[in-house]
Design a protein around this ligand. Structure first.
Ligand SMILES: [Zn+2]
Length: 256
Protein backbone atom coordinates (compact mmCIF):
# COMPACT_ATOMS: atom_id res chain seq x y z
CA UNK A 1 0.00 0.00 0.00
CA UNK A 2 2.70 2.43 1.07
CA UNK A 3 4.78 1.41 -1.94
CA UNK A 4 1.82 1.97 -4.28
CA UNK A 5 1.21 5.41 -2.78
CA UNK A 6 4.85 6.27 -3.17
CA UNK A 7 4.87 5.22 -6.81
CA UNK A 8 1.65 7.19 -7.50
CA UNK A 9 3.23 10.24 -5.96
CA UNK A 10 6.37 9.79 -8.04
CA UNK A 11 4.24 9.39 -11.17
CA UNK A 12 2.53 12.69 -10.43
CA UNK A 13 5.90 14.35 -10.03
CA UNK A 14 6.99 12.74 -13.27
CA UNK A 15 4.10 14.24 -15.23
CA UNK A 16 4.82 17.74 -13.98
CA UNK A 17 8.58 17.51 -14.35
CA UNK A 18 8.44 15.76 -17.72
CA UNK A 19 6.17 18.46 -19.15
CA UNK A 20 8.69 21.09 -18.15
CA UNK A 21 11.54 18.94 -19.49
CA UNK A 22 9.89 18.68 -22.91
CA UNK A 23 9.62 22.45 -23.10
CA UNK A 24 13.23 22.82 -21.94
CA UNK A 25 14.44 20.22 -24.40
CA UNK A 26 12.82 22.01 -27.27
CA UNK A 27 14.44 25.28 -26.24
CA UNK A 28 17.85 23.71 -25.49
CA UNK A 29 18.37 22.16 -28.93
CA UNK A 30 17.45 25.15 -31.05
CA UNK A 31 20.84 26.78 -30.41
CA UNK A 32 19.55 30.30 -30.82
CA UNK A 33 20.36 31.45 -27.32
CA UNK A 34 22.63 30.41 -24.48
CA UNK A 35 21.66 27.20 -22.65
CA UNK A 36 22.33 27.31 -18.94
CA UNK A 37 23.95 24.20 -17.53
CA UNK A 38 24.42 23.65 -13.82
CA UNK A 39 27.20 21.40 -12.51
CA UNK A 40 26.41 20.20 -8.99
CA UNK A 41 29.33 18.47 -7.28
CA UNK A 42 28.58 15.93 -4.58
CA UNK A 43 30.61 13.33 -2.73
CA UNK A 44 29.89 9.70 -3.64
CA UNK A 45 31.52 8.39 -0.46
CA UNK A 46 32.35 9.40 3.11
CA UNK A 47 36.07 9.72 2.37
CA UNK A 48 37.96 12.76 3.73
CA UNK A 49 39.99 12.70 0.47
CA UNK A 50 36.82 13.36 -1.53
CA UNK A 51 35.64 16.00 0.94
CA UNK A 52 38.99 17.79 0.74
CA UNK A 53 39.01 17.60 -3.05
CA UNK A 54 35.55 19.14 -3.22
CA UNK A 55 36.59 22.14 -1.10
CA UNK A 56 39.21 22.92 -3.77
CA UNK A 57 36.94 22.43 -6.77
CA UNK A 58 36.32 25.65 -8.65
CA UNK A 59 34.88 26.96 -11.91
CA UNK A 60 38.31 26.90 -13.57
CA UNK A 61 38.29 23.09 -13.39
CA UNK A 62 35.28 22.78 -15.71
CA UNK A 63 35.60 25.83 -18.00
CA UNK A 64 37.36 23.75 -20.63
CA UNK A 65 34.10 21.81 -21.14
CA UNK A 66 32.16 24.90 -22.24
CA UNK A 67 35.15 26.08 -24.31
CA UNK A 68 35.08 22.71 -26.09
CA UNK A 69 31.35 22.90 -26.81
CA UNK A 70 31.67 26.49 -28.00
CA UNK A 71 34.59 25.76 -30.35
CA UNK A 72 32.88 22.72 -31.83
CA UNK A 73 29.54 24.50 -32.22
CA UNK A 74 31.31 27.28 -34.09
CA UNK A 75 32.95 24.73 -36.38
CA UNK A 76 29.43 23.59 -37.35
CA UNK A 77 28.30 27.15 -37.94
CA UNK A 78 26.13 27.50 -34.82
CA UNK A 79 25.45 31.19 -34.72
CA UNK A 80 25.23 32.04 -31.02
CA UNK A 81 28.15 33.64 -29.17
CA UNK A 82 27.95 31.44 -26.13
CA UNK A 83 26.02 28.21 -26.91
CA UNK A 84 26.21 27.03 -23.30
CA UNK A 85 27.07 28.58 -19.98
CA UNK A 86 28.39 25.93 -17.61
CA UNK A 87 28.31 27.04 -14.04
CA UNK A 88 29.68 25.26 -11.00
CA UNK A 89 27.24 25.32 -8.07
CA UNK A 90 28.09 24.76 -4.40
CA UNK A 91 28.62 21.17 -3.31
CA UNK A 92 25.39 19.32 -2.47
CA UNK A 93 24.92 17.51 0.83
CA UNK A 94 23.14 14.45 -0.55
CA UNK A 95 23.94 12.28 -3.56
CA UNK A 96 21.39 11.40 -6.26
CA UNK A 97 19.64 8.02 -6.00
CA UNK A 98 21.91 5.18 -7.07
CA UNK A 99 21.11 2.57 -9.71
CA UNK A 100 22.56 -0.92 -9.47
CA UNK A 101 24.11 -2.27 -12.64
CA UNK A 102 21.86 -5.34 -12.81
CA UNK A 103 18.62 -3.50 -12.05
CA UNK A 104 15.41 -4.73 -13.69
CA UNK A 105 12.91 -2.65 -15.64
CA UNK A 106 10.68 -1.68 -12.70
CA UNK A 107 13.68 -0.73 -10.57
CA UNK A 108 14.94 1.44 -13.42
CA UNK A 109 11.61 3.20 -13.79
CA UNK A 110 11.43 3.90 -10.07
CA UNK A 111 15.05 5.08 -10.14
CA UNK A 112 14.38 7.46 -13.02
CA UNK A 113 11.40 8.92 -11.16
CA UNK A 114 13.41 9.31 -7.99
CA UNK A 115 16.19 10.99 -9.98
CA UNK A 116 13.71 13.39 -11.56
CA UNK A 117 12.34 14.22 -8.14
CA UNK A 118 15.87 14.72 -6.75
CA UNK A 119 16.71 16.97 -9.70
CA UNK A 120 13.53 18.93 -9.16
CA UNK A 121 14.43 19.61 -5.50
CA UNK A 122 18.07 20.49 -6.18
CA UNK A 123 17.35 22.77 -9.12
CA UNK A 124 14.48 24.51 -7.30
CA UNK A 125 16.93 25.42 -4.53
CA UNK A 126 19.57 26.70 -6.98
CA UNK A 127 19.93 30.29 -8.06
CA UNK A 128 19.99 31.00 -10.95
CA UNK A 129 18.07 27.90 -12.05
CA UNK A 130 19.88 25.98 -14.79
CA UNK A 131 18.02 24.30 -17.69
CA UNK A 132 20.30 21.28 -17.61
CA UNK A 133 21.60 19.68 -14.41
CA UNK A 134 24.79 17.65 -14.24
CA UNK A 135 25.32 15.89 -10.92
CA UNK A 136 29.06 15.34 -10.57
CA UNK A 137 29.63 12.42 -8.20
CA UNK A 138 33.19 12.40 -6.97
CA UNK A 139 34.80 9.15 -5.78
CA UNK A 140 37.97 8.68 -3.75
CA UNK A 141 40.24 6.75 -6.19
CA UNK A 142 41.55 4.64 -3.29
CA UNK A 143 38.03 3.35 -2.63
CA UNK A 144 36.86 2.88 -6.21
CA UNK A 145 39.23 1.34 -8.73
CA UNK A 146 36.58 1.63 -11.42
CA UNK A 147 33.58 3.92 -11.51
CA UNK A 148 29.91 3.08 -11.98
CA UNK A 149 28.64 3.84 -15.47
CA UNK A 150 27.48 7.44 -15.74
CA UNK A 151 23.83 7.76 -16.65
CA UNK A 152 21.52 10.38 -18.01
CA UNK A 153 17.83 10.85 -18.55
CA UNK A 154 17.53 11.13 -22.31
CA UNK A 155 14.70 13.61 -22.15
CA UNK A 156 15.15 14.74 -18.58
CA UNK A 157 18.00 17.22 -19.18
CA UNK A 158 19.85 15.51 -16.35
CA UNK A 159 23.01 13.46 -16.05
CA UNK A 160 24.68 11.68 -13.16
CA UNK A 161 28.40 11.77 -13.87
CA UNK A 162 30.87 9.62 -11.93
CA UNK A 163 34.33 11.15 -11.56
CA UNK A 164 37.55 10.63 -9.63
CA UNK A 165 38.33 13.09 -6.84
CA UNK A 166 41.92 13.45 -8.02
CA UNK A 167 43.94 16.22 -9.63
CA UNK A 168 45.65 13.77 -11.96
CA UNK A 169 42.22 12.75 -13.34
CA UNK A 170 40.83 16.22 -13.99
CA UNK A 171 41.61 16.29 -17.68
CA UNK A 172 39.81 12.99 -18.25
CA UNK A 173 37.00 14.05 -15.92
CA UNK A 174 36.34 16.92 -18.33
CA UNK A 175 36.06 14.45 -21.22
CA UNK A 176 33.48 12.45 -19.24
CA UNK A 177 31.54 15.62 -18.31
CA UNK A 178 31.45 16.78 -21.96
CA UNK A 179 30.30 13.30 -23.09
CA UNK A 180 27.48 13.16 -20.53
CA UNK A 181 26.49 16.76 -21.25
CA UNK A 182 26.04 15.96 -24.94
CA UNK A 183 23.83 12.99 -23.97
CA UNK A 184 21.45 15.47 -22.34
CA UNK A 185 21.14 17.21 -25.73
CA UNK A 186 20.20 13.90 -27.36
CA UNK A 187 23.57 12.54 -28.51
CA UNK A 188 23.89 8.73 -28.50
CA UNK A 189 26.91 6.57 -27.66
CA UNK A 190 29.14 5.75 -30.62
CA UNK A 191 31.20 2.94 -29.17
CA UNK A 192 30.56 -0.77 -29.02
CA UNK A 193 29.08 -1.49 -25.60
CA UNK A 194 30.72 -4.93 -25.47
CA UNK A 195 34.27 -3.94 -26.45
CA UNK A 196 34.37 -0.21 -25.68
CA UNK A 197 35.81 0.39 -29.17
CA UNK A 198 34.62 3.33 -31.31
CA UNK A 199 32.12 2.34 -34.01
CA UNK A 200 32.99 3.06 -37.62
CA UNK A 201 32.27 5.56 -39.14
CA UNK A 202 30.24 7.64 -36.66
CA UNK A 203 32.60 7.07 -33.72
CA UNK A 204 35.63 8.28 -35.68
CA UNK A 205 36.74 11.91 -35.68
CA UNK A 206 38.23 11.42 -39.16
CA UNK A 207 36.56 8.42 -40.84
CA UNK A 208 38.16 9.26 -44.20
CA UNK A 209 41.74 9.20 -42.93
CA UNK A 210 44.00 6.98 -45.06
CA UNK A 211 45.32 4.74 -43.73
CA UNK A 212 42.41 4.66 -41.29
CA UNK A 213 44.60 3.77 -38.28
CA UNK A 214 45.92 5.14 -36.05
CA UNK A 215 43.50 8.05 -35.68
CA UNK A 216 44.94 11.22 -34.10
CA UNK A 217 41.66 12.44 -32.60
CA UNK A 218 38.64 10.96 -30.88
CA UNK A 219 34.90 11.47 -31.36
CA UNK A 220 33.38 12.66 -28.08
CA UNK A 221 30.47 10.18 -28.05
CA UNK A 222 32.90 7.32 -28.78
CA UNK A 223 35.29 8.80 -26.19
CA UNK A 224 38.44 6.91 -27.21
CA UNK A 225 40.92 7.40 -30.05
CA UNK A 226 40.95 4.37 -32.41
CA UNK A 227 44.52 3.06 -32.75
CA UNK A 228 43.74 -0.14 -34.69
CA UNK A 229 40.72 -2.32 -35.42
CA UNK A 230 41.15 -3.87 -31.97
CA UNK A 231 42.64 -1.09 -29.86
CA UNK A 232 41.71 2.41 -28.69
CA UNK A 233 43.07 4.74 -26.04
CA UNK A 234 41.62 7.42 -23.80
CA UNK A 235 42.85 10.83 -25.01
CA UNK A 236 44.79 13.04 -22.59
CA UNK A 237 42.34 15.91 -22.83
CA UNK A 238 39.39 17.48 -24.62
CA UNK A 239 41.89 19.04 -27.04
CA UNK A 240 41.95 15.63 -28.76
CA UNK A 241 38.16 15.24 -28.88
CA UNK A 242 35.82 16.33 -31.68
CA UNK A 243 32.06 16.33 -32.21
CA UNK A 244 31.51 14.15 -35.29
CA UNK A 245 28.83 14.85 -37.94
CA UNK A 246 26.44 12.18 -36.61
CA UNK A 247 26.54 13.64 -33.09
CA UNK A 248 26.20 17.17 -34.52
CA UNK A 249 22.99 16.07 -36.28
CA UNK A 250 21.59 14.44 -33.14
CA UNK A 251 22.05 17.55 -31.01
CA UNK A 252 20.67 19.93 -33.61
CA UNK A 253 23.87 21.62 -34.80
CA UNK A 254 23.30 20.34 -38.32
CA UNK A 255 19.82 20.42 -39.83
CA UNK A 256 18.83 17.94 -42.48
ZN1 LIG B 1 27.60 7.65 -23.04
Amino acid sequence: MWRALRISFLLLVLVVVAAQAWIDRFSTTRWQRTVFVGAFPVSADASPVTADYLTHLDQGKIDEVSDFVEAEARRYGVDVDEPIELRLYPTLASAPPALNAGAGVLTRIVWSLRLRYYRHRMVAAASPRPQIALFLLYHDPALASSLPHSAGLQRGLTAVVHLFASRSQESQNRIVIAHELLHTFGATDKYDLATGLPKYPDGFADPRLSPLYPQQLAEIMAVKTPLSATDARMPDSLADERVGPATAREIGWVRR
